[in-house]
Ligand binder design. Sequence first.
Ligand code: C5P
Length: 207
Amino acid sequence: MKFTVAIDGPAAAGKGTISKAVAAEFGFAHLDTGLLYRAVGAVAADTGRDPAGVAHTLSTDDLARTDLRTAATAQEASKVAVIAEVRAALVDFQRSFAVKPGGAVLDGRDIGTVICPDADIKLYVTASPEERARRRHAELTGKGDDKPFEEVLADVKARDHRDATRDAAPMTKAADAHLIDTTNLSIDAAVAEAARWINEQLSKARA
Ligand code: C5P
């Protein structure tokens, strides 16, 4: 049985954590689609190759690179993510993942709007830019990186702006997505709200 959960929203809003928790709780497969764009951005930046060509030939080795989670790769990802041909090259892989038997959770920026407009459940997870920058800053400080808060906030805002204003599949809430604002929520409360919403929709579908 296919059952697709689409989770979109900006960086550091909590959608990755929510997606992993939902996948574990309901036994669904999980795809962090940001990793695809990160891999394309990292390979293109390293090799100088055309990002669309990289996207067409993306390999499992590219997805296993250890530098995909860095802040520099995040910026490279959002630069290649504005290219329509890069996005088009990644569509089939994401759509096939979405119909995996047993259910799938995909998180990204355009899952509920473009990749899986017919998803069974759509969530849009967000938080204020200041709160997201505070989380990122704390994470960096924990890793020994002393990047000032103001710079982290500027990065968050620059990436939001690029993701939300591009022509190709801009980041936006699908009209039928359930909004979860995590600005004032703990991780546990945010995960509980997502699970509550999914259970409610599942009971309605079974009724
Ligand atoms: O989610 P994550 O921060 O890993 O995504 C990195 C970048 O990849 C985003 O800033 C965005 O530009 C791009 N992306 C996208 N569409 C997706 C997932 C990520 O454009 N579905």
